[in-house]
Design a protein around this ligand. Sequence first.
Ligand code: ZN
Length: 410
Amino acid sequence: MNRREFMKTAGGAAAFAAIPGVATKGATYDLIIRGGRVIDPASRLDGVRDVAIAQGRIAAVGPKIAGGAADEIDARGKLVVPGLIDIHTHAGRSADGPPMLLRDGVTGWIDAGSQGADHVDDIVAIARSSPQPGRVLVNIGRAGILPEGDTMDLARADVAAARAAIERNREFVVGVKARLSANVAGDHDYEVLRRAQEAASAFSLPVMIHMGQTTSSMAKLLPLLKRGDIVTHMFAPPPNSIVGDDGRILPAVLDARRRGVWFDVGNGVAGHMRWDTVETIMKARFWPDTISTDWNTMSRTTGVVDMPNCLSKLLNYGMSVPQVIACGTSNAARVFPVFKGRGTLKAGAPADVAILELRDGAFEFLDNYTNKITGRQRLFPSETILAGRRLSLVRLVLLPGDRPNPHQSY
Ligand SMILES: [Zn+2]
């Protein structure tokens, strides 16, 4: 559909008032977000604009959009950005996870290996009922995350079981997770990753590795990664971080990026991020492709807090506001096909929007080692629009047959 056809369809449908309570007679649009600082990295846009929404999609972005809407939001003084996409969460562990994330502006999530083959169907069930699109990485350790280490017993890295789990959940399992730290995989990290690739290769799916404090060096592990795979916890301190003692990014890391491996933040709480390592890596100009949280329902009480907070942390290391927004929207949308066409406010895209506040002040940011830095700016979630509906309306009026279909691919 080209833009004119889309506008015709959207306008026609709105005038017809096909959706009670959303489209109002005579209104051109369902919703207009007025006067915010619109940042849409995919359009290279950063400026004060209006955003008009009709029939669950972005209808127009421009200065002072004419025509009425059934509802308007005054976003003056706020940021209007694409709905955030968090590619490393544990949202699938609880039915409360996805709606909590929605309040933070997160309109797409990946559960990164909370469960392995034995119980991944539980995570898939949460993804199926999630209001926003959610997908799942199956842990190569068949029992999922274990306190004693997912694959400390190498027999748990069961390729046949992982393949069967993917096979029965083709629509929802979009990759394989391999947690490789020594306290998770012992000295089997290389073999665990090899098996993860073996499971994923049958379906041409990516593998996400959890790096940091591994037995094997990155120089040994990274050659096992193919284009489209993801390295999470890229700021993990030594042993075996992505940067050498000389402050230079390891050649194997540069090679991996060159052949299309993504590098992701995965903030988390233990062992994944230390400010001095962050500083060295950022100074070497090796910046993240994506910024993710490693979120769970307890994150409000840890250094994660929420995704806008995790994005804000990198503002202290040379990245601009549009750059961190790109890491949580357009870049993240490129990693998994389920998010194709999302992470942008281009006309015709699904109308998933995060309205954020960028506040000035003195804000403390935590790494995973109780070290604090103080920053001058922080992003806060303000309001979320999912498939064209304001979060408050989504929560109040959503009926079973009335649910936006999050699993439709665009
Ligand atoms: Zn994680």
